[in-house]
Design a protein around this ligand. Sequence first.
Ligand code: ZN
Length: 134
Amino acid sequence: MIKQISIKTSSRIEMVDITSKVEEVVRDSGIKEGICYIYVPHTTAGITINEGADPSVVKDINQTLRKLVPPDAGYSHLEGNADSHIKTTIVGPNTFVFIEGGRLQLGTWQSIFFCEFDGPRSRKALIKIIPDRI
Ligand code: ZN
């Protein structure tokens, strides 16, 4: 079964920490051992895992992505959001985390970030938890 997380973003480019929402889905599933897959079904938003403790890391990531992929660089895509599509491809649409003892096995400083590249919008992330075979 697939569970859905709703995310409301508030600016064009934004990394939203969704770790606690994912943890809630894992808790509600009752699954103690397995894999938690997270998939973002959008073409201008993605997902990544990185440091959540120091907000300057997220700031640096977004500033660097902006330098690598400027908003206006003579793209072919006429919708005006080519940079959003390219940033999404760099970040990717999915990630996973192992589950042990009912808990996500994230590192001490790791958080799961929904990456908005063309907000603000109402977005979603899909979660599927696969339990270990007994
Ligand atoms: Zn587009």
